[in-house]
Design a protein around this ligand. Sequence first.
Ligand SMILES: C[S@@+](CC[C@H](N)C(=O)[O-])C[C@H]1O[C@@H](n2cnc3c(N)ncnc32)[C@H](O)[C@@H]1O
Length: 299
Amino acid sequence: MPSDGRGSVRLFWGDARQLDGVPDRSVHLIVTSPPYPMIPQWDGVFRALGATDYDGMHAVLADAWAEAKRVLVPGGLLAVVIGDALRRLDGEFRLWPNHATTIVAAERLGLRPLPYVLWKKPTNRPNAFLGSGFLPPNAYVTLDCEYVLLFRSGPLRRFAAHDPARAASRFSRAERDRWFSQVWDDIRGAPQRTPAGRSGAFPPALADRLIRMFSVTGETVLDPFAGTGTTLWCAAGLGRDAIGVEWDEAIFRRLARTARAGGFLTPRPTRPDATAPRDAPGGRPPPRRPGGGTAARSR
Ligand SMILES: C[S@@+](CC[C@H](N)C(=O)[O-])C[C@H]1O[C@@H](n2cnc3c(N)ncnc32)[C@H](O)[C@@H]1O
């Protein structure tokens, strides 16, 4: 860890489905948010990853969850921020239950589902209802929660009595009472606009909370769908070592620039590939490239 108490940040230009450079059983916590299946902004990404329908999109994500399981230490936790989708298909408007499908997929991979969080974002548009005005029965309940799904890989982690890093990572009673309740309504969504379009970022407050809830100072936190790097900057700021993987070249370049501008230590576990982006602090080109310039769109 650098002398200012911050952890390191290591970046890979790569694919969440194949975390080369991240050894088996080396990550204590994953805090991530994938592209959401059936949200139109992510269609181009999924198409480039070989998926054009709901099941195919979840098959892509399942490969990422399998890789997450590989790199987690026994007892390590996976936190997945995901929302359901509403979309008309073949003339029918319906819900696509991403949270439920993700739980089933992760459980099939041997990840243990734990009680999850409903993240109810305070909204500036309380009256944004869908459907038939004031007449029953064709109006729709507003989709105003996302989910923080939680999974454990293997048995509970054990620590020596009075482990100093664990003791230093303690949270207060007030924090415990608020954080470990099932509905979070005190965290606003992050601003989404970037020069390249909507980012799909979650807010630092969400990442900070999850990192403090489920990891200990000095441990390793991974985001395999790094995006703007929210998890990484929060983890490093909390004295954890962070690893970020991002597949979109333009987004990866911005991540690398932000890491450098923030003065984050970026040790290189592998030799940077000659074809990696020039300003990458580490990394390799991904096995598959985003197609048609659509990959930077977000929800
Ligand atoms: C919902 S955004 C993540 C936002 C992030 N939590 C933040 O706060 O900025 C999903 C990200 O995953 C990236 N992505 C999509 N498919 C990927 C893959 N197979 N491997 C790694 N990253 C991928 C997208 O380019 C996008 O940046």
